[in-house]
Design a protein. Sequence first.
Length: 500
Amino acid sequence: MKLPGQRWLVALLCLAAPAWLRASDENLWPFRTTQESSDGTSTRTNALGPLFFDTRLPDRHETGLRPLYLHREFTGTDRTQDYILFPLFFREARGGDARWSFFSLVNSDRRSEPAAAGASPAPEDKWQAFDLWPFYFSRQTGDPATSYQALLPLHGTIKHRFGDDRIDFTLFPLYSRWQKGERVETDWLWPFVREIHGGGESGFALWPLYGEREKSGDAASTSRFVLWPLWLQRDRKLEDGSERTRALFPLYSGRHSPTVNDDSYLLFFGRTHATAPAAYDETRYLWPLFVQGHGADGRLTDRWAPFYTHSAKPAGDTKTWVLWPLYREANWTDAGLAQRKTQLLYFFYWNLDQRDPLRPGAQHASKTHLWPLFSAWDNGAGRRQLQVLSPFEVFYPHDAQVRTLWSPLFSLYRFDRRSPEAVATSLLFDCVTYRRKAANWQLDLGPLCRLTRAEGRTRFSLFPALFARPAAPTTPPAPGPESGPFPATVPAPASAAGQP
């Protein structure tokens, strides 16, 4: 599938930005603003406020119309990506390979080149797949052993998907066959009539009246139900004995083994006593609301929902709720860093703090959202960012497409401090910009005027895009704020990883 070329985008950008405008570090707001990084490796151009954009980075080139369209070209390769009304439509192409998806419901994937240069195409290297959820699934590799087609509910075969090696059906749910390894499950009028055989397993079921299943080998087990879910039972072989499970719904359920005794009554009341891997006792008064548990290894459950809940794990991880969902705090360790997440009403206030537990005096890294007013980020090594407004970042912290296409539409104010001597701010989508590096700075009030300080001299210019000569400071100004609000994750504090 081919998308229309980007000529329309280039034409609109040209209309929005006169040809005589210099393409480096100029402000003709709202028609066009261009800012270049101090090292010359990246430029960012916006037109008609934040709507049209052209961003050139060392590893990629991005153009588009927010929030409708994004086109990416990756440096040094023929790989491209296109997004239309993200997350509605996505397409990626590289060489002869291409894949596209419409809201993850209509999916196409094509690989047309062998994995290694000069190698003969193999089924796993050259194939085409197309899905129309949940009705049609297909994959063509040139090899009948790995190719399939399926039209639900009429007839078809699906191979190596949905957790099974092969699925066959005709007039589903009238007939279906599910195979994984040597085990085969055959259903007639699924899920009412079932037969299982092969791979050391056997069984049958006439649901919900009666069913049984048996598995041999090291993990031998037997299970049975009568008038499901009225009576359920299971016996399973363990290394140190056996585990026995019985349930008479809704009166009683119990699971007993050499190390665990777990009993529940009337679904909501029960007790657990475990001796391995560590001693643990738990009492459920009105599950899941009122639960008390403690273990010898530091495990703890203290739940009086929705008023107060506190839990701890042996590794020292803790979670606390107060007046759910008003306040939540979680503490854990990841990659050698102590993490603390604090939330009010899930997302209205959200803060993630990172610190090095081996250096208590070191600076912390943090990311904070006060929805939808602002998002702030501090890497603990001198780099800070702030955006006002920020309605999306708290919901999509790891999505680069949202950060490129949606977040800049609400960026009324941005602050970016890369170091104490390199600061950049932007107001009203680059209408007013201020950039400073060392003793040099530059203030732009749209296309009307510019005030600069360089080499100890201050200059004032009217309509600088038309008449002013660019100053030649020995130290260039800092780059403008980046188009996206924040990195996908909070980086480690300076004591652990340094500035990103």
